[in-house]
Write a protein that binds this ligand. Structure first.
Ligand code: PLP
Length: 413
């Protein structure tokens, strides 16, 4: 995709997620964004319960019954959001002791937590065992450490496999080739033998090949290869396999030209997958752990225009918010700086584009840019710019300490 394609407006995809407008002003729930910005201050992240609920409902509707859906806390760990989503999913995927504490504080039962991630510290393993969380083992050494630290509890474990394949169209890959994630599939037999000899309760496998994938066929093919791999490894497992965790990775359209994931297609493929799993591994519950897909489209980042300036023929809008809150939207997280997230003049949505602008943050750093040369109605200082698709990997995935600026306000409506 070229930089030129990236300048096409992407508002329709964002609006599809359920955002509405009133009198030209974007609404979050029933509230006008201009009123919210006035009341809460800017920069402001707004997350919509209604959009999250609609997404989870659509997902449940598309998937065959019996597939468990976990929420990956690292996508958005805001306490109010965790409390809301806790009642709508089957558990949380956590990746640190801090996320474990937040998950428990949000009311999620310890037994519904799945703790993955390389390099778990001893105290994190102790906390996970004490909470009765499932520990997704990333190495045989980690299995030995957990057994030592488990306090005589026989912690529940799954083995994360680094498969021989990858999810090629994914923006971020976690499997295939040499990885810090999981145990290489060819070393899984030794790891399973090690687990069998330890005071651990083996429940199944975890395999997660990549994130932010919009290609349903690639996800379906990868899930199929994953099931085949797990079924083969199950013959060496120390106990019947009760869990097959296929990880996350369902993508959302973030850039011009991207289309939403074909959920119906994935749903029917997963129905066939579940039937086959029921034959070869009858006790296994199929699990997905999704972050971005559940919350990404439910968030807006709302900034005020501080200044407009023209430099050698290029018009810049300088906002009060920047990459210190929303690094992801600058394309940095996935190495796509030439692309941009959909954005709009939130308090005058109905104004037709009349100029081409570069939308920049306030940081004293040249890479603090949200969009290069995009069409927009003329915006003045005080106007509000909303960046869509901002519900996942926002503040918690940004370099908040950079340049000593205050954090963004975050709210759930
Ligand atoms: C990050 C992560 C996820 C969620 O990834 P998304 O792309 O946001 O769906 C799921 N599982 C694990 C182990 C992760 O690290």
């Amino acid at each position: 995709m070229t930089a030129r394609d990236a300048s096409a407006p992407l508002l329709p995809a964002a609006i599809d997620a359920g955002w509405r407008a009133e009198g030209g002003c974007l609404l979050a729930g029933e509230a006008r964004i201009d009123a919210l910005a006035q009341r809460m201050g800017t920069p402001l992240f707004v997350y919509s319960r209604a959009v999250i609920d609609a997404r989870i409902g659509a997902l449940r509707g598309a998937l065959p019954p019996g597939i468990r859906v976990l929420y990956a806390v690292k996508a958005n760990p805001l306490p109010a959001l965790l409390e809301h989503i806790a009642g709508a999913v089957d558990g949380f995927d956590i990746a640190s002791g801090g996320e474990l504490a937040r998950a428990l504080a949000a009311g999620m039962a310890g037994a519904r937590l799945s703790f993955a991630g390389p390099g778990k510290a001893d105290d994190e393993l102790v906390q996970a065992a004490a909470a009765d969380a499932l520990v997704v083992l990333e190495s045989a050494d980690e299995a030995r450490r957990l057994a030592r630290l488990g306090g005589g509890r026989r912690p529940r474990v799954a083995l994360r496999i680094n498969p021989p394949f990858e999810l090629a169209p994914a923006a971020a890959r976690m499997g295939g080739g040499p990885r810090k994630f999981g145990v290489d599939s060819e070393q899984a037999p030794q790891a399973l033998a090690a687990i069998a000899a330890l005071p651990l309760e083996f429940v199944g496998f975890h395999c997660y090949a990549g994130s932010q994938c919009l290609d349903a066929n690639a996800i379906i093919a990868t899930q199929r290869m994953t099931l085949d791999l797990m079924a083969e490894l199950a013959r060496l497992a120390p106990a019947p396999v009760r869990l097959l965790n296929f990880g996350g990775g369902f993508g959302i359209p973030q850039h011009a030209g991207e289309s939403p994931l074909d959920l119906a297609r994935i749903g029917s493929a997963m129905a066939a997958l579940a039937r086959d799993a029921a034959t070869c591994l009858p006790q296994a519950a199929l699990t997905l752990e999704l972050g971005r897909y559940l919350v990404g489209e439910a968030g807006l980042y709302v900034c005020r225009v501080i200044e407009r300036k023209v430099s050698r023929g290029r018009t810049f809008l300088v906002l009060d918010g920047g990459l210190h809150h929303h690094w992801h939207a600058t394309g940095a997280l996935e190495g796509r700086r030439h692309l941009h997230f959909p954005l709009a003049l939130a308090n005058r949505l109905d104004a037709a584009p009349t100029e081409t602008v570069t939308v920049a943050g306030p940081l004293c750093a040249p890479h603090d840019i949200f969009a290069h040369d995009v069409p927009l109605a003329r915006a003045e200082p005080g106007d509000l710019i909303a960046v869509f698709q901002s519900g996942a990997y926002g503040p918690s995935a940004s370099p908040g300490g950079f340049l000593g600026r205050p954090g963004a306000v975050e709210m759930l409506v």
